[in-house]
Design a protein around this ligand. Sequence first.
Ligand code: GDD
Ligand code: MN
Length: 349
Amino acid sequence: MTELTVVIPTYNEAGNLPVLIDRIEKLGLNCEVIVVDDKSPDGTGEIAKRLNSTYGNIRLLSRSSKMGIATAVRDATLVSCGEFIAVMDCDMQHPPELLPSMLAEARSGTDMVIASRYTRGGEPNMPAIRSAISRFATGLAHFMIPHTRHIRDPLSGYFLFRRDAVDIKKVSSRSYKVLLEILASRNLRTSEIPFSFGARYSGKSKLCPTELLRYMGLVLRLSDYRVAKFIAVGLAGMAVNEGLLFLLEPHAPLLLASAVAVEASIVSNFIMNNSWTFRKRVHGAILNRLAKYNAVMIAGALLNVGILGILVFLHFEYLAANFIGIIFAFGANYLGSESVVWRLELPLG
Ligand code: GDD
Ligand code: MN
């Protein structure tokens, strides 16, 4: 029985595939390799066939058009024989010499072993711009998808998992970030092994600017659109606040009218978030949740005022300072709502 299937998605990797396969074969693993090639014009598919006549354990999964890494990994996993599946780039950025220790870690009971650029000892080795984008994208995943927060590199392209532990049919996007989709679909025992992200050996990266947009769409979908809903509710709350102030102002002192309008908007936001944004997480006494929500909103308001004060002291323009304060208060309100008011009792849901 084959212990390991190494999945290598390829698009125009003719200069890399023979070198990578040679390095994998030198490891002497009990493995098959599945090259998923999307009709590369440079003949990568033909090279895979030729390599199989030398080594005998190289399978080619040939697809009719360029369909992205995520579905390449899914399709290969569905026809694989190994108990464990490893996924890696074809360009030597992911050193195959790490496979034996990843496999050992998985054998000891870990469902998903991630080769990590960002865990202690890892080396991202990326140009400044790509590094900044990668850090931003990782931060976004941590912010929006709570159960990626304990993973330093949830966007790594190099990982190894036990096939039975993963529901691979859930992977459907055109995105690059197949690991994120897998992590979001189920609660897995994970661990990270540091590695040094290498330079591309030959050819060009297929990452293009639209990938970042696609990624944002993916993160929104995987987070069940909670942040977007929370923003929409916040805007609706502003309308409630302004409308009520308009109605009350002729009949009451301004500050009292404002306090009533603010509290009314907090309550209406609470009702909307409770029945829409976080409806899958509703449990416990509603008044208790409302009290916590009030506390979180007041903490956010204090943070807003505090940041405004500090930045104005540092000679920021007051509207700009307030804008930065609002952004941070929004982040704090969201994280507080998610982790205090509508706390997840089970790890996934
Ligand atoms: N079959 C198929 N179809 N393969 C593809 C496609 C496609 O549409 N697009 C890219 N590939 C192959 C490439 O040929 C390469 O072997 C691998 O997928 C990764 O593509 P790269 O172009 O090398 O991506 P990258 O280096 O910019 O980004 C990689 O590293 C990141 C950091 O670890 C990817 O693995 C990312 O997912 C990862 O975040
Ligand atoms: Mn690469």
